[in-house]
Structure formats: C-alpha cells, structure tokens
Design a protein around this ligand. Structure first.
Ligand code: ADP
Length: 220
C-alpha cells in the first residue's frame, strides 16, 4: 500500500532470551487514528521504542513513509513526535525554554520555533505556566507539556503512549478533545492504551496485542 504512514512486517524482539514481540505485522495509514490496545507487558512500549529508535529490533522491517527506520533514521525520526508516559529529565528549566531546546534538537531555530511554541502553549492551556519548572506543574499539566514537546517540530505522526493512564475523568475528556483536533489537522496518530473505551471513543482502527502477538485487529 502506498499510503501507509507506518508499515511493520515480521517484527520480533526478545530481551534476555524471552520474547517481547513475535512476528508483528501492522500497517497504519496516513491520517489514521490507530489504537494499539493491550494489557501491561503486552509489548506496546517495545513496539514504540523500536519505531522511534530507542530499542533495537531483532528481526523484521519497519518503514515510515516508505523509508526504513534504520537506513533513513534521520528522516523517519523527524516525522514522529512521541508523548511518553514518563518524564525523563529537565526538571530545572521553565517549560517554555525546554520547548525551545526540544525544537533545537530538530534543527529549528529559536525564531522559527517561536510562533509554534506560543501556539502550543496556548492551545494546551500552558501559557500561564510557561515560566514554571516541570516539577512545579500538576500531573495533568505535565502531560500537557509532554504533548507540547511531542508536537514542537510539527511531526506528521504523533505517538501517544498511554496518555491518559491515571488521570481524572475531566482531564481525560480535555485530552480526548485535543487528540481529535490533532486528528482533524491531518496527523497520523498511534495511541497505545489499555482502556478499551478510550480506543472506542477515538480510534478508527485498532489492533490488540497480548504476549507480544497481535491477536485481533479491525474497527473498534
Ligand atoms: P507494554 O508497553 O505493553 O506494557 P512492554 O513493551 O513494556 O509492554 O513489555 C513487553 C515485555 O518485554 C514485558 O514482558 C517486559 O517485561 C519486557 N521488557 C520490556 N523492556 C524490557 C527491558 N528493557 N529489558 C528486559 N525486558 C523488557
């Protein structure tokens, strides 16, 4: 298929001899809102981490807009923005500054990043908090920041890794609204979740992963 955004063929990964992923096939089309559903330990993060270059696969082929994720890693990584569950570093800088640093990783100058960062801070309800450090933000605000960070280089593909795990209902609804807006903007979205109702609400297509295998796929 030519209009695939992400194509995964025969992907396998094992850690210390035990299989985390066995022979996964997945196609996610351009502009699609795709859900990867599964319980803890199913292999969702491993799949995403391989896709974004954090983990090395053992076997299989993955392309992003038809380019191989290893041979053309600069291109494929530039196409993807990932909102992770966990914040890794950067507790000591104001969040606005962190977004400029993040843009810098993608070669976007401060001048070029400015409008986009201001827009993201506004859209995500972070404008008032832009001078705050990450550790001063509430859990919900930290997740909004994660999303801003994922979007700062205007990627065509957005990966949302369990974006609403452990948040309250109101916040979840706010996030869903934002995800729909992103989808409306034409982004290809890969959402991982273990909430079935979340996948039902948002996704056009889902695959269910369990024990490192795709066990079902189709419309929610
Ligand atoms: P999920 O994201 O669906 O919760 P993961 O991809 O994190 O699942 O995990 C899939 C399997 O791989 C689990 O059995 C997990 O324990 C194992 N695993 C994940 N990362 C590592 C690692 N760095 N080292 C060893 N085992 C790992």
């Amino acid at each position: 298929m030519t209009d695939a955004a992400i194509e995964i063929r025969g992907l396998s990964k094992s850690y210390n001899g035990s299989d985390a992923l066995s022979d996964i096939d997945l196609t996610i089309f351009k502009g699609q809102f795709f859900g990867l559903l599964g319980p803890n330990g199913a292999g969702k993060s491993t799949t995403i981490n391989i896709l974004t270059g954090l983990v090395r696969k053992n076997k299989g082929e993955i392309t992003v807009f038809r380019k191989d994720i290893e041979n053309d890693f600069r291109f494929t990584r530039s196409q993807i923005g990932t909102a992770q569950q966990e914040l890794s570093v950067d507790w000591f800088f104001p969040i606005e500054k962190l977004l400029y640093y993040q843009a810098g990783y993608y070669g976007i100058s401060k001048n070029m990043a400015k409008d986009r960062i201001h827009d993201l801070l506004n859209r995500l309800g972070l404008w008032e908090k832009r001078g705050n450090r990450l550790r001063q933000l509430s859990g919900g605000m930290k997740r909004r920041y994660q999303l801003a960070k994922a979007l700062v280089h205007d990627p065509k593909i957005v990966i949302l890794d369990e974006p609403t795990a452990g948040v309250d209902v109101e916040f979840r609804h706010d996030m869903w609204k934002l995800f729909r807006e992103l989808h409306g903007d034409g982004k290809t979205i890969l959402l991982t979740t273990h909430y079935i109702e979340e996948a039902e609400m948002l996704c056009e297509d889902v695959a269910i992963i369990d024990g490192g295998k795709i066990i079902a796929r189709g419309k929610p």
